[in-house]
Design a protein around this ligand. Structure first.
Ligand code: ATR
Length: 275
């Protein structure tokens, strides 16, 4: 039996919920593998640290902020989804090869109820706020789900570059247009870092202009209820945070490493809700 050592790397990584999720599955599925660890890795010296971890016998790593692009660069082989999103959140070390993929898009899709995909995304207008690494994952997933995508980002040039690179049909919006046309969207997703604790609040849209049936998603899960979500709820809109996406991307990584599809149980979500 091969002992598959796995961990999450990031900087900082202390507050990562990934160990709670993976170790929950490792324990409940009685996997014959070591505990999933968290390892602080600084961007400087990233390649040396990866080689170190390979020498220590690591089989797989999750990669979080700010290392996803460095992980993309170090990989010998990349999945199509990584190529499209220019990011790697999952590394596999096998036969002397570093393989990189990105499970964020599938994590996002799996976090959505079927009726939301059918009624709010498929052939419907979806608004993405932001154009960073997370936005790429969401745009990739929305495109696969046949959403019609519009993007607003503070720095418009980034959206234009993203559109060119991803070769996805995206409408580029400015601030004024976004709010003027908010009622057109049946799905609005925040991928910016606005709303994280100790950072500025997210006031990018005025939900008074949205249609009542619009579904609002915030990728942030800390806090579990962001100001963005509260503003949407105050206007009678249905909201979702990023917790289930976090679990979804973890499940996809778990499958890649261990060949086992872990269950996303209510008990696990409950464990995380209080973590
Ligand atoms: P991630 O990998 O989580 O997506 P990122 O690539 O650094 O992180 O992207 C952060 C996103 O949040 C960007 O869309 C960024 O907008 P810019 O491209 O204009 O920088 C957005 N963002 C961060 N702070 C912001 C702020 N104060 N106002 C508006 N957008 C902000």
């Amino acid at each position: 039996m091969l002992f598959k050592k796995t961990a999450v790397i990031g900087h900082p990584v202390d507050h990562s919920l990934s160990p709670t999720i993976h170790n929950y599955w490792i324990k409940n599925l009685r996997m014959n593998v070591p505990d999933y660890k968290k390892i602080d890795v600084q961007p400087e010296g990233f390649n040396d640290e990866i080689n170190n971890l390979v020498d220590q016998g690591y089989y797989g790593l999750n990669v979080t902020v700010p290392l996803k692009e460095l992980a993309y660069k170090i990989a010998d082989q990349l999945s199509d989804v990584s190529k499209a999103t220019k990011a790697v959140n999952t590394l596999v070390f096998k036969n002397g090869i570093i393989f990189g993929t990105n499970t964020d898009p599938v994590g996002f899709e799996s976090s959505l109820a079927k009726n939301i995909i059918e009624n709010k995304i498929k052939n419907k207008k979806c608004l993405v706020l932001g154009a960073g690494g997370s936005a790429r994952a969401i745009i990739y997933a929305l495109d696969k789900m046949s959403g019609k995508i519009s993007v607003y980002n503070r720095t418009a040039e980034k959206v234009i570059a993203l559109k060119k690179e991803m070769k996805i049909n995206i409408e580029v919006l400015d601030d004024a247009e976004t709010n003027k046309r908010l009622e057109e969207f049946s799905f609005i997703v925040n991928t910016t870092s606005l709303g994280l604790p100790s950072g500025p609040q997210n006031d990018l849209v005025d939900f008074r202009n949205a249609t009542r049936s619009c579904f609002v998603y915030d990728l942030i899960y800390k806090p579990r209820e962001t100001g963005f979500m509260k503003q949407a709820q105050a206007n009678d809109l249905t909201v979702q945070n990023g917790l289930n996406m976090l679990v979804g991307q973890a499940a996809a990584s778990f499958y890649i490493w261990h060949g086992v599809n872990p269950k996303v149980s209510a008990d696990l979500i409950q464990t995380l809700a209080t973590d």
